[in-house]
Design a protein around this ligand. Sequence first.
Ligand SMILES: Cc1cc2nc3c(=O)[nH]c(=O)nc-3n(C[C@H](O)[C@H](O)[C@H](O)COP(=O)(O)OP(=O)(O)OC[C@H]3O[C@@H](n4cnc5c(N)ncnc54)[C@H](O)[C@@H]3O)c2cc1C
Length: 385
Amino acid sequence: MSTLDSLALTRIPPEDEALRAEVRAFLAEAIAELPAHIRARSWGGYSSELSRKLAARGWIGVTLPKEYGGGGRSAFTRYVLVEEFLACGAPVGSHWIADRQSAPLILKYGTEAQKQFYIPKVCRGEAFFCIGMSEPGSGSDLASVRTRATPNDQGFVLNGQKIWTTNAHHCQYMIALVRTSGSSEDRHKGLSQVIVDLSLPGVTVRPIEDLSGDRHFCEVFFDNVQLGPDALIGAEGQGWVQVTAELAFERSGPERLFSSIVLFDQWLQYVRTPQGRTESAQRLAGQVLTQLAPLRAMSVAIQDKLVRGESPIVEAALVKELGTTLEQMIPAAIADDLFAREAEDVPVELLMTLKYVTEASPSFSLRGGTRDILRGMIARGLGLR
Ligand SMILES: Cc1cc2nc3c(=O)[nH]c(=O)nc-3n(C[C@H](O)[C@H](O)[C@H](O)COP(=O)(O)OP(=O)(O)OC[C@H]3O[C@@H](n4cnc5c(N)ncnc54)[C@H](O)[C@@H]3O)c2cc1C
């Protein structure tokens, strides 16, 4: 990390850096049995058992206030934890969304009762959340969502469908973007966010199999689901503003740079062996690291802006777009390198890891907002359109 640190725009405080060794040592033991091609799933991997162990060490909800069971520490503490989880390939998917955005959203917009009910459970690794934004026909064009929560005398009646909802089949709760008034032609007006208990009658969750055979995202159907009045999070009609702020957190983290890092690390280990070492491989290693270092520095700098209460939406889009481009370049370049060699020289585990990351990599520039959408935002932010 020393080369990367020398390029930092913003330094992570020493007390947070000091956490790294402890986290690394813990994970080295906790996930020792997991082979690299499984660890390569990282924040897409799922282990509620590991999440509970991390929670017991205070590593979930580390930025949340102590009065709600959190760690009361800074976003840099969380940044260090997340970097270490990703670098080791820890399967942290179960608590990922709750820790990154659902609990902070509840803290920002929730009622006191909502904070007291949900946040301690998140910090204990007992409540997992998913994101209900996309619908069939409403992905990039999120303002056109049609799922509707109609007010009634008991709260809201929810009808509609979400799609691509990561880990909905493992989560207890979804924060869904829904229409509470008007129609999809009204666009941003009339949208709200509601917390949906996924065990309620009328909710059906169906996993979807992806190219690699994994079942991590789902279709979720709502058929006359009765929600209480306390399901509403934040103000009625403010869903669009809330979601936009949430997306800056979703797009700027190290997870937008490190999706291929377990593969890169495995490949580097091979390149360090006498039969793996070639001049072209060393050049490729240098190319990846010289792109990774400034991107990481930008990601840390955005974190700093978020900590200071700014909303670096364009900067976050830029880091995600450049980060996912690098994440997709890594498996393609490693494949070129390995396929130019004698097949029997290449470790099987490295090839299995390459296979998984190659199959997953098209999704890197779709999830969290597609490449075209991000480029449009960047162009607008730079005043170019
Ligand atoms: C692995 C993975 C996990 C996901 N997890 C979640 C989740 O947990 N929760 C959730 O809500 N969603 C999730 N998604 C969905 C994701 O956010 C959407 O797939 C994404 O926003 C794109 O929407 P779409 O699939 O409807 O494609 P579309 O919006 O239909 O886009 C299709 C193509 O058209 C392009 N396009 C669309 N509009 C424009 C435009 N205005 N200008 C230029 N080009 C345009 C897009 O870039 C894309 O190439 C996940 C997706 C993936 C791949």
